[in-house]
Design a protein around this ligand. Structure first.
Ligand SMILES: Cc1cc2nc3c(=O)[nH]c(=O)nc-3n(C[C@H](O)[C@H](O)[C@H](O)COP(=O)(O)OP(=O)(O)OC[C@H]3O[C@@H](n4cnc5c(N)ncnc54)[C@H](O)[C@@H]3O)c2cc1C
Length: 489
């Protein structure tokens, strides 16, 4: 870099903004990170709360799986935790269907393509008859997933219709695939089949890590974001939590003026690392940003339906054999149950002291018009069905978090999503809503696009950026790739 240190405003302090801020600050850019909320981490943030029994606790949107394929996110976390000791592995990804069928991924071989085949053969959800009834030609796109080609092929149909075309067995569909589509917080009828195929590639056919994952040993602020905030500050960044950006104005010198409630500051460049609604409204308020087609595309971004995270502090423990995490389907709205004291130190201390359990329930893609109190009660009723010992428990305290801040990837929506680069080279976008050319999703997409946004700015100053890693960007097996090409004509 020649001359004065360039400056960048990073707007949004979730994973994407933190990744961008880290890569820029490490390379000597003067970074200011603006976050609307009083804490960092965005959707993976945590905030203090006090329980009825007087205990200080940390609430959050709760359980997040840090998959082993999240190479770039793990690289970000390694900045402050080189051996990733603040994460701990859970032994399996167990799944339970309302009919009583149980599945898991621990015993499934990890080497592709035996991972997919192994899951099918070991799973009680797949009969041999089911396998024989599947349409192998319709399933072929799954065997050679490339980004962005997969969007050209599958963005025009829904995940639900794609699975119908493949004649994927009903029970296995709930267990293996709805887990993915619901982790996009959407009904499979609304979700682009391309996103589903991408998940299949990331977890089954494109990598050897499978569906095994880690979770933080402590609440998110302690395990992840407070250490990272200290790290970027040590690299000269300013972290301004509790500071929403109201307006961004291009300046005559090619930079930008950032306006908050209290001040207006000039920067050479800007990273927009907001959630979909935040990006839409900031761009709408900042009417000279980008160009008209870009602004129209941002205005069309949609948000997935609301989700509910209920955390219950119970006066007695769940049965000792209950896993730390259980994916569920076929019970109604319940998508998963976590028993927090199995892996989180704060919950473990509370459980040890009181003899109780801290249990968390997730329900994704709840109907927007649903009555909240009814849904909250319904979710707890489903817990009673899955873990009957909880029926007798008294709820010492509960938190019910309703949010609707995950991006929706609707059928045909791919062309509308913003890319990292915008019509203006000094204005870049990052986040899990961003359309990229790498096979990544969710938290890993946030981290990867955050680094890509930083790299896009650094290259203009002649500085080498962050090296990125992903699972292979095509099907791994040459024979299956050939078959997929043949099937696509
Ligand atoms: C319940 C739940 C469970 C999940 N489970 C998983 C999982 O198991 N695995 C996985 O990989 N992913 C999971 N996800 C998804 C994951 O949380 C997201 O993909 C990821 O956190 C997105 O990060 P981001 O930085 O793109 O966006 P965000 O975290 O949304 O960050 C955007 C930030 O911008 C801020 N902002 C908005 N407007 C402004 C403004 N005007 N000025 C300043 N700041 C502003 C927001 O407050 C927010 O902090 C889950 C999400 C939820 C909600």
């Amino acid at each position: 870099m020649d001359g004065a240190r360039p400056s960048t405003a990073v707007v949004g302090g979730g994973i994407a903004g933190l990744a961008a801020a880290t890569a820029l600050a490490e390379r000597g850019v003067a970074v200011t990170l603006y976050e609307r909320l009083p804490y960092l981490g965005g959707r993976v943030g945590g905030w203090p709360t006090r329980l009825r029994d007087g205990t200080a606790a940390t609430m959050s949107r709760g359980f997040h799986a840090f998959f082993r394929q999240y190479y770039n996110l793990r690289g970000l976390l390694r900045r402050t935790d080189p051996a990733l000791e603040r994460l701990t592995g859970l032994p399996d990804y167990p799944l339970l269907h309302g009919s009583g069928t149980r599945d898991g991924f621990r015993h499934v071989p990890r080497t592709p393509p035996f991972s997919a085949l192994g899951f099918a053969l070991l799973s009680p959800s797949f009969g041999l008859r089911d396998l024989g009834a599947m349409d192998p030609v319709a399933a072929m796109p799954l065997f050679d997933v490339r980004v962005p080609d997969v969007y050209a092929r599958l963005d025009g149909i829904s995940a639900h219709d794609f699975l119908d075309a493949v004649r994927f067995p009903e029970k296995a569909r709930h267990l293996a695939f709805e887990v993915f589509s619901r982790s996009f917080f959407a009904d499979p009828r609304q979700l682009s089949a391309a996103e589903l195929a991408l998940m299949f590639h990331i977890y089954f056919l494109g990598s050897a890590e499978g569906l095994l994952f880690d979770v933080p040993r402590a609440p998110f602020p302690d395990a992840l974001w407070n250490p990272l905030a200290d790290y970027v500050e040590r690299h000269g960044a300013q972290v301004r939590t509790g500071t929403p950006v109201e307006h961004i104005e291009p300046a005559r010198d090619g930079g930008y003026r950032i306006t908050t409630d209290g001040d207006e500051t000039p920067y050479d460049s800007v990273v927009l690392a907001l959630d979909a609604a935040g990006l839409r409204s900031l761009v709408a308020r900042s009417d000279r940003l980008g160009d008209a087609p870009w602004r129209e595309r941002v205005a069309r971004l949609r948000t997935a339906p609301p989700f509910l995270v209920s955390r219950l502090w119970l006066d007695r423990p769940v049965a000792p054999d209950r896993p730390g995490f259980l994916g569920t389907s076929g019970f109604g709205t319940l998508d998963n149950i976590s028993v927090l004291e199995r892996w989180e130190d704060e919950a473990a201390r509370w459980a040890a002291r009181t003899g109780g359990s801290v249990v968390e329930l997730h329900a994704y893609a709840v109907a927007p018009e649903a009555a909240r109190d009814v849904e909250e009660k319904r979710l707890v009723d489903q817990l009673h069905r899955v873990y009957p010992e909880t029926r007798a428990a008294t709820v010492v305290d509960a938190r019910h978090e309703w949010r609707a801040d995950c991006p929706l990837f609707p059928v045909g929506g791919y062309p509308d999503r913003p890319t990292v680069r915008t019509p203006d080279p000094r204005l870049v976008v990052a986040g899990d809503l961003v359309r990229g050319e790498l096979p990544v999703a969710l938290m890993e997409r946030a981290a990867t696009t955050g680094f890509q946004a930083a790299n896009a700015l650094l290259e203009q100053w002649g500085v080498r950026g962050q090296t990125l890693w992903t699972v292979p960007d095509r099907g791994r097996n040459a024979l299956l790739r050939g078959l997929a090409r043949w099937a696509s004509g």
